[in-house]
Design a protein around this ligand. Sequence first.
Ligand SMILES: [Zn+2]
Length: 169
Amino acid sequence: MAMRNIREEGDSILLKRSRPVTDFNRRLHTLLDDMRETLLAADGVGLAAPQVGVLRRAVIVMDTNKEDLTPAEQIIELVNPEIVSSDGEQTGQEGCLSVPGVYGIVTRPEHVTVKAQDRYGKEFTVEGTGLTARCFCHEIDHLDGHLFTEIAERILTPEELDEMNGERE
Ligand SMILES: [Zn+2]
């Protein structure tokens, strides 16, 4: 496994549409392994392949609702993911490893169901609520070349960021 560089806003690869994964081979497994390592090191909750420079429809999302699991165990790998249903609404803070230091207020569904394939090509369905639902939507948006800053109602001010950081300490 190896860490990969996270591409940042301004890199045109983040605005491109990713292609479906068709080969569930070692190359894909290496990509997913590297994405896991990169996400854990960056202390994020989700990562999409284009963020590490690969235009393929693969994302990883941490199911942070499963508090009894370790961060590594919380990671769900989704290849060719598709939101098949969504309901409810949540409005809250959202950030992105590709847009460091910027947080915005974004409205997302409260609950989503996602259909995807695992690293071997086997289809499965997974549900997410709260932050996990937000994360599924955010990462899948990356596969279509969209960043949260496009749909944020507003971006948090430096004062609000200070307050947020204060709460975390
Ligand atoms: Zn992101």
